[in-house]
Design a protein around this ligand. Structure first.
Ligand code: ZN
Length: 77
């Protein structure tokens, strides 16, 4: 299942959301995990860390059986 990363525009929190392609196409309604706002930006790979905030990568690491970024080599340097 793909993982989408979101950034809350209200509180600045970053978090990952697992959803199927179908769920995404049908319009996923995701509240911020921290403040519940739906005022979110989707974050695309390669620039996940903005403003020095740590991003939770636990779920990504386990998805592909290890590796620093689950196969996303752009953040392994
Ligand atoms: Zn928030």
């Amino acid at each position: 299942m793909p993982i989408y990363e979101y950034h809350c525009k209200d509180c600045g929190y970053y978090f990952d959301v697992k959803a199927t392609i179908k769920e995404k196409e049908e319009g996923l309604k995701i509240p911020c995990e921290q403040c519940g706002s739906e005022n979110l930006n989707q974050v695309f790979g390669g620039f996940a860390i903005l403003g020095g905030q740590a991003v939770n990568v636990k779920s990504r690491d386990s998805q592909n059986g290890g590796g620093c970024c689950g196969g996303n080599s752009s953040c392994c340097s």
